[in-house]
Design a protein. Structure first.
Length: 217
């Protein structure tokens, strides 16, 4: 049986709520320190969809309104956790198959603390970022626009979906925070009080034992 904390001791995790800045900070960190990035969302959308389990396949068969407008907020929360959880075993398999010659940053909202914790040799291998509602709205609007048309192509009840998604994300945020507190893992509230350089320094501080002696510059 594989000792996962040992086999994945070169993997650093940045999890937390959607629109927290995980991908941006991962790219900055990887560029500065010559690390490899594993983006959970990218692999899920382009590769894992073909390896999806029953929950993922059922989700893929739904219309956009059935996915995001029809369910209750509670159903959205439970379904999101279930699908991300189902896919997490694929994430672990991918990471185990990758070379250990470079430190890997694994990042994405599907990296929940309760999923990541059993894989850690040390709590310093993970940090979880949780945005405030205002910061998430700013980030989402910047990415998709005020109406977020690209986010829900073909949907009819866009306003309903957006409202429910906001509530889903807020609930997920608090579950992440509660889990981090219970597991003794670090989490940070992303409220806009720090600039990008300060946020990067925060991540570097957390991962300092795993970074090279000098930056890649």
């Amino acid at each position: 049986m594989t000792d996962l904390p040992v086999a994945l001791s070169h993997v650093l995790w940045i999890g937390g709520g959607p629109q927290a800045g995980k991908t941006t900070l991962s790219r900055l960190l990887a560029g500065k320190w010559d690390l490899k990035i594993y983006n959970l969302d990218w692999h899920q959308a382009r590769e894992h969809v073909h390896r999806a389990g029953a929950k993922g396949r059922a989700f893929g068969a739904l219309s956009m309104d059935e996915r995001w407008a029809a369910p209750s907020v509670t159903e959205l929360v439970d379904r999101s956790i279930a699908i991300w959880g189902e896919n997490f075993s694929i994430v672990v398999d991918d990471l185990l198959a990758m070379p250990r010659t470079r430190t890997i940053i694994a990042e994405g909202p599907g990296a929940f603390p309760w999923s990541v914790a059993p894989l850690l040799a040390s709590s310093t291998q993970a940090v979880f970022l949780v945005p405030t509602r205002d910061r998430r709205e700013i980030a989402a609007t910047r990415r998709w626009g005020q109406g977020q048309i690209e986010r829900f192509p073909g949907i009819v009840d866009r306003g309903v979906a957006l409202a429910k998604l906001r509530e889903r994300d807020a609930i997920l945020d608090e579950r992440v925070v509660a889990s981090c507190r219970a597991l003794g893992l670090r989490w940070e509230r992303m409220d806009g009080s720090r600039d990008i350089d300060e946020n990067l320094a925060l991540i570097e501080e957390q991962f300092r034992p795993y970074l090279p002696p000098t930056p890649n510059v």
